[in-house]
Write a protein that binds this ligand. Structure first.
Ligand SMILES: NC(=O)c1ccc[n+]([C@@H]2O[C@H](COP(=O)([O-])OP(=O)(O)OC[C@H]3O[C@@H](n4cnc5c(N)ncnc54)[C@H](OP(=O)(O)O)[C@@H]3O)[C@@H](O)[C@H]2O)c1
Length: 247
């Protein structure tokens, strides 16, 4: 089950996973795009079922998961990928906008986990995958809502991982850097180590197959971000203010 499967990383994952023979349940809002991806999956001799749902709607996400289970069988892997990017200076960030970002990026993933976790625990197997971001590690310029959402998402999945220890259900938290998708398209700010979609997808699949608990890439940017965690606050602020990845 892949949320946010209609474009970008979610679509790339769906097609690559289908190429390896797995059946995929595709969830997003844009039906026309999902229908096209179902056809592309079928052309790869694999099965796909789509469900249109907004991840903020817990009932709709549960019904989508039920549909996937009914038509494809038990859900082995959830990839909670649906998300939105956003750029706002702190003085222009409205509470409504922040609530929307958190609603999709965090509560949407919570709804997705809620739709599959108990069935996975009952079966004693399954994997919950979060597509978080390197933006989860520390605050970045003009990204308060996005950074807050990804930090919350990573912490949420970490807690879930601890709670589900010894149940047979595993958790993988992915922290990608910049990948070429609609989310990064049109940005004028320099995005260091910007990756092609195919490369990003291959790294995410590697992390899932290797059963990583957490995985950050590309290693160059991940190393810089981890170094930021060790910096004194004043030094971090000085560097982060001079390195905005948003206009
Ligand atoms: N691209 C990057 O550089 C990058 C880096 C780190 C992390 N990420 C994360 O990767 C994930 C995928 O992003 P992307 O880069 O592939 O961008 P994208 O092409 O814009 O894809 C976003 C996906 O999320 C879905 N989505 C958005 N809001 C939704 C909602 N309310 N309900 C259901 N689905 C919703 C969209 O589908 P519909 O509009 O059809 O609903 C779309 O399929 C996001 O969580 C993003 O934060 C991206």
């Amino acid at each position: 089950m892949i949320t946010g499967a209609s474009s970008g990383i979610g679509k790339g994952l769906a097609l690559e996973i289908a190429s390896r023979g797995a059946s995929v349940g595709l969830l997003a809002r844009r039906e026309e795009l999902l229908k096209e991806i179902v056809s592309e999956v079928q052309a790869r001799n694999a099965k796909a079922v789509y469900a249109t749902a907004d991840v903020r709607d817990a009932k709709a996400v549960r019904e989508a998961a039920d549909k996937f289970r009914k038509e494809l069988g038990p859900i082995d892997v959830l990839i909670a990928n649906a998300g939105m990017g956003t750029s706002d200076h702190a003085t222009r960030l409205t509470p409504e906008h922040a609530a929307n970002v958190i609603g999709i990026n965090v509560l949407g993933a919570v709804n997705s986990v809620a739709a599959v976790a108990s069935e996975m625990v009952a079966r004693g197997q399954g994997r919950l995958v979060a597509i978080s971001s390197l933006a989860a590690y520390r605050g970045l310029a003009k990204s308060a809502a996005y950074c807050a959402s990804k930090a919350a998402l990573s912490s949420y999945f970490e807690s879930v991982r601890i709670d589900l220890r010894n149940t047979g259900v595993e958790v993988t938290i992915i922290h990608p850097g910049f990948i070429k998708t609609d989310l990064t398209a049109g940005r004028e700010a320099k995005m260091p180590y910007l990756m092609e979609l195919d490369y990003g997808v291959s790294k995410i699949i590697y992390a899932i197959e290797k059963e990583k608990k957490t995985y950050a890439f590309p290693w160059q940017l991940a190393t810089i971000v981890r170094a930021g965690l060790l910096m004194p606050t004043a030094m971090y602020d000085w560097i982060a203010a001079r390195n905005s990845f948003r206009e």
